[in-house]
Design a protein around this ligand. Structure first.
Ligand SMILES: *[C@@H]1O[C@H](CO)[C@@H](O)[C@H](O)[C@H]1NC(C)=O
Ligand SMILES: *[C@@H]1O[C@H](CO)[C@@H](O)[C@H](O)[C@H]1NC(C)=O
Ligand SMILES: *[C@@H]1O[C@H](CO)[C@@H](O)[C@H](O)[C@H]1NC(C)=O
Ligand SMILES: *[C@@H]1O[C@H](CO)[C@@H](O)[C@H](O)[C@H]1NC(C)=O
Ligand SMILES: *[C@@H]1O[C@H](CO)[C@@H](O)[C@H](O)[C@H]1NC(C)=O
Ligand SMILES: *[C@@H]1O[C@H](CO)[C@@H](O)[C@H](O)[C@H]1NC(C)=O
Ligand SMILES: *[C@@H]1O[C@H](CO)[C@@H](O)[C@H](O)[C@H]1NC(C)=O
Ligand SMILES: *[C@@H]1O[C@H](CO)[C@@H](O)[C@H](O)[C@H]1NC(C)=O
Ligand SMILES: *[C@@H]1O[C@H](CO)[C@@H](O)[C@H](O)[C@H]1NC(C)=O
Ligand SMILES: *[C@@H]1O[C@H](CO)[C@@H](O)[C@H](O)[C@H]1NC(C)=O
Ligand SMILES: *[C@@H]1O[C@H](CO)[C@@H](O)[C@H](O)[C@H]1NC(C)=O
Ligand SMILES: *[C@@H]1O[C@H](CO)[C@@H](O)[C@H](O)[C@H]1NC(C)=O
Length: 809
């Protein structure tokens, strides 16, 4: 065996050697390029704005068949392939481009060439093309109908552009087509029935467009398909699925997520023996599911039915998919117990049953699933004990159920993510958690735990990224154990009964993004050193017993990445010097990177629903706020002096609450610089002077409160002011111009305020913060969850396509 492979290897080297030799000696003879084609190529090059460092080999005095990106026919010397992958052309392809003089072209690839403008219809003249790849450019306009002239085409790739209009009917002319990739554009309308002519088609990818209607009946003709993706469109009918799909012998991937497909469970799809992955997530399917009677050799590895309206139990027929690796039934209306026969799916690695109505306990038989790594049973009605074999998983999410206790943990655990948020777990902190070496996410929030937070958690600080213990009854002091927690991103112990000092060792946690200790009895000075944490986005010290100044000349001030700070309802005093906010860079200009970060937070979390709930009664659009939610809430302290002028630098600020302090002097004029401000509360201070007239120009300012101050003079005329309630100005005896707001006969007497109403409005700062950690967990879990699907993209198409897929999401 050894000898033989050596022999092959030797032979291989000799062959390569000779062919190199031959190539060097003989190529000028064989490959000499024709002058008309060389001229056409050079003219083509001149049509674009090509960087000088690119295509240097395109030199008039050399053989064009040796130029980079060019292949000539061995015999005739005709240019048959032009492949300029990733060369920036930075212009559009002209109708009369000299490219179209290269009549012998078979391959044309201008993938990732920064190509702009429309696809010229003269492209249809290159009738010998077998491959046309214009993917990942900035092409606009419609796909020209003349594409139907290219009847030799086998591969047509136009993905990742901004093409509009419908898929041309003439596509049906391309009867030799093997691969059609139009995903990630803005195509509309129905897929033309002529698609049924493409009987050779293997790969059809039209995802991430705005296609509508049905997949035509003629789709049933495409029996050679192996990959089919219509993800993220608006297909409405389930007639995508012919009742007999037995003709599809080669179909491996069927992706139809995020459409509006309706009807009962498309059972026939699951009878295709070659099928490996099915994604029907995010549609409107209804009713129970039942899998067809298939032979036991099903290749299915991945089924996602998530985010539909399926109901009923998980049928026993599922246990035939013996090769299943991932099963996602999340966010449907499935009910009944988690069936014991799930244990037959011995290859299962991911099991997601979240967001259904499953009841009962977790069956012991699940412990037979030796390959199981990620389990998400959150948001069901499960109860009882959390069985101990689950500690051996890598990710366990059981949040929002009714679990009451733990089984004895195993010695060896691999768990990295443990989310037990919102159950009925009680008693002291489960000490064995300190033994879960490698734990990165720990969420025990919203349970009934009591007693102290143990110092043994120090054992986990090497690996912890998220420590979320909020809304329990933990008491005692917060242990100061974070000296080594360099990966910690979120820290939430809010709404417990903790007292003592704020842990100083958090100073070492350079990765911290989120800190919430709201609603405890922590008694300490302002931890101004938090300002040195480079990534801190959210800080809440709300409702504790913090005291003393927010500013001291010896303190560093900064908070360069802060987007939300809530230190309300404490005992802070002192003044804010004029420059106080001048180094709060993130609130001055949101960085793109962080913006992306926030966007991800929104995309991957349940924050949507939660926010909707909070939104009731508050007249603001949360969809908008979530993306770039920014807020400063210093209310309910004893801060005095003038409001710092530097507040005017924080141009990204949407919510500002300084109410219930001892601020004096004028409202700074610079407030009028905060053009994104949506809510402003300066009530219950000792502010004097006039309300700056320019505040009337802040067009997003929909809530404001100036009541209970010493303000005087005219109320600004802006429409936003005119929309306020009269009470927003009450108890400022010398304000005038309120007739339109308060009615003619109003008296601005101190009206006993409905504090509740005011607080309700500002509660959403707290709400925003409170959902934060969940958001971050969501990110982690979301990543795990999506990465599995994406893996397929990456495998098949490499990183660039992945980027398109996510961009279009
Ligand atoms: C083109 O190639 C010739 C010979 O290969 C060389 O002498 C000449 O400098 C090259 N011209 C440019 C512009 O690179
Ligand atoms: C494309 O061309 C424009 C105009 O000449 C230039 O401003 C821009 O920098 C170029 N972009 C690239 C990526 O070369
Ligand atoms: C193409 O047409 C434009 C005008 O539409 C003209 O300026 C240009 O010279 C033409 N180019 C070629 C290669 O014929
Ligand atoms: C290319 O096709 C267009 C129509 O698509 C036609 O008007 C034009 O004459 C053709 N040019 C050549 C050189 O064949
Ligand atoms: C379809 O192909 C035929 C030749 O095979 C051609 O004559 C016809 O114009 C093409 N139709 C379209 C719409 O491109
Ligand atoms: C063309 O499509 C076929 C079928 O999907 C595929 O095997 C082949 O790799 C593709 N060719 C190129 C150059 O992308
Ligand atoms: C499907 O294929 C059959 C024959 O193979 C053909 O007659 C029919 O027109 C095709 N259907 C569609 C809608 O293209
Ligand atoms: C999808 O189509 C339905 C019915 O055709 C329409 O009501 C809905 O607005 C569309 N949705 C999107 C996102 O285009
Ligand atoms: C924490 O780690 C130390 C040293 O590695 C060990 O002695 C101790 O038992 C651990 N504590 C817990 C509760 O696992
Ligand atoms: C931090 O980790 C180092 C090495 O792992 C260890 O020696 C040190 O005691 C730890 N410090 C704290 C405060 O846990
Ligand atoms: C702030 O409050 C503390 C008591 O918490 C008090 O000792 C101190 O004098 C106050 N400082 C100012 C500037 O009011
Ligand atoms: C407010 O904006 C004006 C004009 O853009 C600028 O001159 C002023 O410095 C700004 N003030 C603050 C505090 O940002």
């Amino acid at each position: 065996m050894m000898n033989r492979s050596h022999c092959y290897c030797f032979y291989g080297i000799i062959t390569i050697y000779f062919s190199l030799l031959f190539h060097t000696l003989a190529s000028p003879l064989l490959y000499l390029c024709r002058n008309d084609q060389k001229d056409a190529l050079l003219e083509f090059k001149d049509e674009f704005r090509i960087d000088e460092s690119n295509l240097i080999s395109w030199n008039k005095s050399s053989d064009c068949c040796l130029w980079e990106g060019i292949t000539c026919d061995d015999k005739s010397g005709q240019v048959i392939s032009l492949d300029l992958y990733d060369t920036s052309l930075n212009s559009s392809l002209k109708t009369n481009s000299s490219l179209f003089r290269l009549q012998y072209l078979r391959h044309l690839s201008l993938n990732s060439c920064n190509l702009q403008g429309e696809i010229p219809s003269s492209l249809g003249n290159l009738s010998r093309l077998t491959l046309l790849d214009l993917s990942y450019n900035r092409l606009v306009g419609e796909i020209p109908a003349s594409i139907g002239n290219l009847n030799q085409l086998r591969n047509l790739s136009l993905w990742g552009n901004s093409l509009i209009g419908e898929i041309p009917f003439s596509i049906g002319n391309l009867t030799h087509l093997l691969e059609l990739e139009l995903q990630g554009n803005h195509l509309v309308g129905e897929v033309p029935a002529s698609i049924g002519n493409l009987k050779e088609l293997r790969v059809m990818m039209v995802g991430y467009n705005s296609l509508t209607g049905k997949i035509p009946i003629s789709f049933a003709n495409l029996t050679k398909l192996s990959s089919f993706s219509i993800n993220s469109n608006n297909f409405t009918s389930s007639s995508t699925f012919p009742s007999d799909m037995s003709g599809f012998h080669n179909l491996e991937y069927f992706f139809a997520s995020d459409n509006s497909l309706l009807g009962p469970f498309p059972k026939s799809l699951f009878s295709i023996p070659s099928l490996q992955r099915v994604d029907l997530e995010g549609n409107q399917f209804t009713g129970p599911i039942e899998f067809p009677n298939i032979s036991s050799s099903s290749k299915l590895q991945d089924i996602s039915l998530a985010r539909n309206k399926f109901d009923g139990p998980i049928p026993e027929s599922i246990s035939k998919f013996l090769n299943l690796i991932k099963l996602d039934l999340g966010y449907n209306n499935f009910s009944g117990p988690i069936p014991r026969y799930m244990s037959k799916l011995v290859h299962l690695n991911w099991l997601y049953l979240r967001g259904n109505h499953f009841t009962g306990t977790i069956p012991r038989s699940i412990s037979k699933l030796a390959n199981l790594e990620y389990v998400d049973f959150s948001n069901n009605n499960l109860e009882g004990e959390i069985p101990s074999f689950l500690w051996r998983l890598a990710g366990l999410t059981l949040s929002h159920n009714f679990f009451t206790s733990f089984g004895n943990p195993l010695q060896e655990t691999l768990i990295q993510q443990l989310d037990l948020n919102s159950n009925s777990l009680q008693g002291p902190f489960p000490y064995w958690i300190c033994k879960l070496k490698g734990l990165s996410l720990l969420d025990l929030s919203n349970n009934l735990f009591n007693g102290s937070i143990p110092t043994c958690l120090r054992n986990l600080t090497d690996s912890l990224t998220d420590m979320i213990l909020g809304n329990n009854s933990f008491s005692g002091t917060l242990p100061d154990i974070f000296a080594n927690a360099t990966l910690l991103r979120s820290f939430d112990v809010s709404r417990n009964k903790l007292e003592g000092k704020f842990p100083k060792s958090l100073m070492n946690c350079k990765a911290l993004e989120f800190v919430n200790v709201e609603g405890n009895r922590i008694k300490d000075k302002f931890p101004s050193w938090l300002g040195s944490l480079p990534s801190l986005h959210v800080l809440s010290l709300r409702s504790n017993e913090f005291y003393g100044p927010l500013y001291h000349p010896s303190m560093p001030i900064g908070f360069q990445s802060l987007r939300v700070i809530d230190i309300s309802n404490n005992d802070f005093n002192g003044t804010l010097p004029p420059h106080y906010f001048s180094n709060w860079r993130e609130l001055t200009t949101l960085t793109e990177e962080n913006y992306q970060y926030m966007e991800n937070l929104v995309n991957y979390s349940s924050v949507y629903q939660s926010m909707e709930m909070v939104n009731k009664g508050v007249d603001m659009s949360f969809e908008r706020i979530q993306q770039d939610f920014t807020a400063i809430d210093f209310s309910g302290n004893r801060i005095h002096g003038k409001i710092s002028e530097s507040i005017g630098f924080l141009k990204e600020l949407r919510l500002l609450n300084f109410s219930g302090n001892l601020f004096t002097s004028n409202i700074p004029l610079s407030l009028a610089n905060l053009t994104k401000l949506e809510a402003l509360d300066l009530s219950r201070n000792k502010l004097s002077g006039q309300i700056p007239q320019d505040l009337g120009k802040l067009s997003f300012l929909s809530y404001m409160n100036f009541s209970h101050n010493l303000l005087q003079g005219p109320v600004p005329r802006g429409t936003q002011f005119q929309r306020q309630k009269c009470s927003s100005f009450s108890d400022n005896p010398r304000l005038y111009g309120l007739e339109d707001i308060c009615g003619k006969n109003h008296v601005l007497n101190p009206i006993p305020q409905q504090r509740e109403e005011e607080e309700q409005i500002f509660n959403w700062v707290a709400a925003g913060i409170a959902y934060g950690p969940g958001v971050i967990c969501g990110l982690v879990i979301g990543y795990i969850f999506t990465s599995h699907n994406q893996e397929w993209f990456t495998e098949k198409f490499g990183r660039k396509k992945l980027r398109v897929a996510t961009r279009a999401r």
